[in-house]
Design a protein around this ligand. Structure first.
Ligand code: MG
Length: 295
């Protein structure tokens, strides 16, 4: 895409409260999580992934999912969502009053097994069921595909697997698919080619990208995806995160820098730059992981 054809605005999907905090080894108090979400709302974030309804045995950090959702100030027009690993998670999300849930599976069989304890086929069947029940309850499903740009266990991944997975998820009813660079293995060429190829094949589902830190390359990757026609970008305030089941995974792309990059380019996000910068700084105070490893 020529730079003169860049869109006037893009959509930022904030994942900090869930994807950012999930791997934190020290429990972040529920009221701090609520404060983070409220600050993101105040900063103008249009969509926020608040928490995860995963069993506390697997992710103890998200054990307070219900309390966090009950405690946040929900602003009309803002979409609050939660990651759900299965139908039980969906039930809990519906009971909590959410209108959007998020699923995840990998392109890599090994990562899928390690992260979700299921084969890819089992994951696909599960997402199909989740979509069926969600649809009956008027809930929208956003689906992540992880390890699209490379897997820490299997190495380079065939983009055809990501495409086939995306088409299946679309067929099942997921209204949006986010391509995850789980451990920061993308580069600006793959970040251009893979989303472009998948976007051209999808007929209904929207496509987002989800990059992780790699010494600033994540911003080059987001720019490359913008050039490929992508207009939905995932980020985590403060750049928190890292996958607990992916060795070496670094944090998520830092929302406040992403927002500033777009604004400097004259592309609007609807997010207040100063407020998101303050929120990012606040998010970093909640992290012990950030200070333990070289990000
Ligand atoms: Mg992530």
């Amino acid at each position: 895409m020529d730079i003169d054809q860049f869109p006037k605005s893009v959509e930022i999907f904030e994942v900090g409260p869930r994807d950012g905090l999930q791997p934190e080894p020290v429990f972040v108090p529920t009221e701090k999580k609520i404060e983070l979400v409220d600050r993101l709302t105040d900063a103008g974030c249009p969509r926020i992934e608040v928490t995860s309804f995963v069993h506390p045995k697997w992710v103890p950090q998200m054990a307070d999912a219900k309390e966090v959702i009950a405690g946040i100030r929900q602003k009309p027009g803002v979409v609050y969502s939660a990651l759900i690993p299965n139908l039980r998670g969906l039930e809990l999300a519906i009971a909590a009053g959410l209108s959007e849930v998020v699923t995840i599976m990998s392109t890599s069989e090994s990562h899928n097994m390690k992260n979700l304890n299921m084969t890819r086929q089992q994951s696909l069947e599960q997402v199909r069921e989740i979509n069926r029940v969600a649809r009956e309850n008027g809930v929208r499903v956003r689906s992540y595909i992880a390890t699209v740009f490379g897997c820490p266990i299997e190495g380079a991944m065939d983009p055809q697997i990501a495409l086939d997975t995306a088409l299946r998820l679309e067929e099942y009813g997921s209204y949006e698919i986010s391509l995850g660079d789980t451990t920061g293995m993308a580069n600006p060429i793959s970040a251009y080619r893979i989303p472009k190829m998948i976007r051209e094949k999808l007929t209904k589902a929207r496509l987002a990208v989800h990059y992780h830190k790699y010494h600033g390359m994540e911003f080059a990757n987001n720019l490359a995806s913008l050039e490929a026609g992508i207009t939905i970008f995932d980020g985590a305030a403060g750049g928190l995160g890292g996958c607990p089941y992916a060795p070496g995974a670094k944090g998520n792309c830092q929302t406040e820098i992403l927002v500033e990059m777009f604004h400097r380019m004259g592309i609007q996000t609807g997010i207040d730059e100063e407020k998101i910068r303050e929120t990012g700084a606040f998010a970093q105070t909640l992290s012990t992981l950030l200070h333990q490893k070289c990000q």
